[in-house]
Structures are given as C-alpha cells and as structure tokens.
Ligand binder design. Structure first.
Ligand SMILES: C[S@@+](CC[C@H](N)C(=O)[O-])C[C@H]1O[C@@H](n2cnc3c(N)ncnc32)[C@H](O)[C@@H]1O
Length: 206
C-alpha cells in the first residue's frame, strides 16, 4: 500500500490506554452488548463449518472475540490475533497462551501463511489523518481476502442511519457501495444491516 505509516502511529496512539481494564471501554466500544452483537454477526461466517478451522482476528484488541467464541462453544477454532497496539497484544498473549498473537498492522503481515477465515470487528471505525478512507478500506479488504482460504467477515459503521449521533472521528461507509465493492471479489456476499442502528456486517466467501 502506498499510504505512509501515519495510519499506524495514529491508530497506536488512539487506542493507547493508561491501564488495561480488559473491558469494552479499552476498545472504545459504547457497551459490552454493542461489542457482543457485532461478534454474533461475525460468527455467521464460520458457524456452519464443523471442521477444525484457523481464524485470524484483524484488530483483535484484547481478544474479546476469542472469549466470545469460547463461551459460545466454538471449540473447533484455532485462533490468531493481530493488532497494531503492542500493549493489547502483550495482555492478550498472557491471557490466552494457547493462541497466537502478532503485533503488526494488516499491511505488514505476509500473505505466505493463510487462515481459513479472517475477521475484523471495529478495525476500520476511525478516520485516519491524510488518508483516502475508501482506498484504505479497499486495500484492507483485498488483503483480508488474500489471507483467507474460505472467507472473511468485517463490520463497519453505516452512513444509512437516521440519528446522526456519529462523531467526526467515526469512519462511516455506504453499505450499498461496500456491497458493490465486495461483489468485485466474489458473488458469495451477505450483508447484515438490521441488528444495530449504526453498524453493518459483510460476510463473504471464496
Ligand atoms: C474498536 S477496536 C476493536 C477491538 C476488537 N476487535 C474488539 O471488538 O474487541 C479496533 C482495534 O483495531 C486495531 N487496528 C486498527 N487498524 C489496524 C490495522 N490496520 N492492523 C491491525 N490492527 C488494527 C486497533 O489497534 C484496535 O485495537
């Protein structure tokens, strides 16, 4: 990607916390419920796959998605988490030594190793300085798609919301534009736009 490294420094600073509480607050979510309902829709990607699967969580934060899938009996998942924020990765590695954690940005990750499924929750929610956000998102989706054997899922904030309570830091996307973009990769695309007022999820398969 030809964007400079500004996005990395900015993101690292943005998600810096003085003390990790291991709650939704550290990840800048509004509530634990809003974090969990996003997880619920991400699992649609692999919930019918009963085989042993490998999963990469891009922007894993404190690996709360791993908590969620463990609590919901997805015992067949080999979980890896990737995050720019070193303190999150350090914390998550201690919490879940059975998982693999990588302190890199998505663009720094090589595509030699593939994962069955790749997910991202809240990873593309902030406006980055001096960055064309449409292009940034497109490059991220492309990279996630390259990294997967079977499919990817991610959520975004929607422009299609009646209450305009979004702050200027929130990166919002038009779901129809995103759907069109994803059809450029595959026809096997699902859009979920009914579970929350300000968010939507894309699930797509190879
Ligand atoms: C809103 S938090 C969500 C964390 C986690 N997915 C959850 O829902 O609990 C977004 C996370 O994405 C990470 N992030 C943002 N852009 C990233 C990138 N390009 N590569 C890796 N991590 C990224 C941030 O550091 C932050 O931890």
């Amino acid at each position: 990607m030809d964007t400079n490294n500004n996005y990395k420094d900015f993101t690292e600073k943005f998600y810096e916390v003085e003390e990790i509480t291991d709650t939704f607050k550290d990840l800048q979510w509004g509530s634990s419920e809003s974090q969990k309902i996003r997880f619920q829709y991400l699992t649609k990607l692999f919930e019918e796959d009963t085989k042993e699967i490998s999963l990469l969580d891009v922007g894993c934060g404190l690996a709360h998605f791993y908590n969620y899938i463990s609590e919901n009996n997805f015992v067949n998942v080999q979980y890896s988490g990737l995050d720019i924020q070193p303190n999150f990765i350090k914390f998550a590695s201690k919490k879940f030594p059975e998982c693999d954690f990588i302190n890199k940005s998505l663009f720094e990750l090589e595509t030699k190793k593939k994962y069955d499924y790749v997910v991202a929750s809240g990873t593309f929610n902030i406006v980055l300085p001096n960055t064309n956000m449409d292009d940034y998102l497109k490059q991220n989706i492309k990279k996630m798609y390259e990294l997967c054997n079977k499919g990817i899922a991610f959520n975004l904030l929607t422009t299609n919301t009646p209450s305009h309570d979004m702050e200027s830091i929130n990166a919002c996307y038009n779901p129809i534009d995103i759907l069109k973009l994803c059809f450029g990769f595959t026809n096997k695309v699902n859009l979920y736009h009914s579970y929350k007022i300000n968010d939507f999820t894309i699930v797509m398969y190879k």
